[in-house]
Ligand binder design. Sequence first.
Ligand code: PLP
Length: 361
Amino acid sequence: MRHVVKKTILDVKPYVPGKPIEEVKRELALKNVIKLASNENPYGPSPKAFEAIQENVRSLNRYPDGDCFYLRRELARRLGVKPRQLIFGNGSDELIVMAVRAFVNDGDEVVMAQPSFLIYEIASRVAGADIQGIPLKDFCYDLPAMKRAVGPKTKIVFLGNPDNPAGRYITQSQMADFLQGIREDVLVFIDEAYFEYVDAPDYVDSIRLIPRHKNIIVARTFSKMYGLAGLRVGYGIADEALVDLLNRIREPFNVNSLAQAAALACLKDQAYYRKIARRVKAQREFLYLNLRKLGLSLIETHTNFILINVGQDATGVSDRLMKKGIIVRDMSSWGLRHFIRVTIGTETENKKFISVLRNIL
Ligand SMILES: *Cc1c(COP(=O)(O)O)cnc(C)c1O
C-alpha cells in the first residue's frame, strides 16, 4: 500500500492522544487512574446536557439536523453574529482540517508556532504544505516573526489563543499589529479552544475583528470548558462568504444529534460553567503554589492546563507518574525535553498528583 498512498501521508507522524483511563488500568493492572493529559473538564458537563441527551435518544434512527438549526440560532444570538456566520464541526479539529482542505494546495506554505497544537501540522502536511514553524519566544508567540514568515505562498496562519501547549494569550493590540498589512488572501485561523477560561482584560475580542478582516476564522469548542469532548462539537465564526466556502466541503451530517442537543443545553446553563471556572482558577493557584514549593518552574497559564519544567527527562517522569496511575502529557516529542503538560483536575486529583510527583522527584 505504501507505494499507492499519497506521498504527503508518508511524512505524517500520527497524532498521539493522551492515553485513555481504561487503557492504563488494563495495561498496568491499576484500579484508580487519574487522567490529566487531554485538558478535559473533570467535573463533566452541565447536568442539563444529560437531560437533553435523554430526550433525544429516541430519535437515533433519524439523521441529525445537518444545519444545527437550534444550536446555530442560540449561539448566534449569544455571540451577536448572524446565524450564517457560524459553521459547525465534529470537534473544532474538523474545522482545522476543513480550512486546510479548502485553502492549501501541494507546495503552499502554512505558518504556525513551534511547538503548537499538532493537528495544525498534521492537516497541513497531508495537504502537501511546507510548514513554517516559528519558535516560541519566552513561551509566547513571536508574532512579528510569524508575520515576517508570511510569504507569497502562505495560505494559512494558525494562531492558538490561548495557545496549546504554553497556555499564553494574544492581546488586543498584539493582534491588531499582526493583522495590519496581512494579505487578505491569507486565512488567519484563530483557535480559541480555551476561550472560556480566559479572564484577562486585554484578551483580544476576535469576533469583533471579523467585519474588518474577512480572512479571519475563530474556532471554539464544546470539548474543553463545556465538558463534551466525547460528543465532538466545535464551531467556527467568520464572514458569511468564508463560511459559505467551508460549507462546500463539510460533510452533511458532521455533528450528531445528541451532540447538538447537549451543546445547546450547556449553552443555556452558564451559571454551572461560572462555577467550573472559579474551581479551575482556585485549583490553578493550588498547583502553582505546590509546584513552586517543589522547586519547579512553570509557565503561568490562561487555560485549564499547565506546562511544567520538571528539571529532568520528561519521559522518565511521565512514565513514573503513569505507573502510579496518573496520566500527564510528556512534551519531549514537541521538543520540550524537560516539560510535562498537566491538566488542572479536581481538588482530589491535584492533591494526588502533587504528592506522587513529590515522591518521584
Ligand atoms: C483540544 C483542542 C482543540 C480541539 O478540540 P476538539 O475536541 O476537536 O474541539 C483545538 N485546539 C486546541 C489548541 C486544543 O487544545
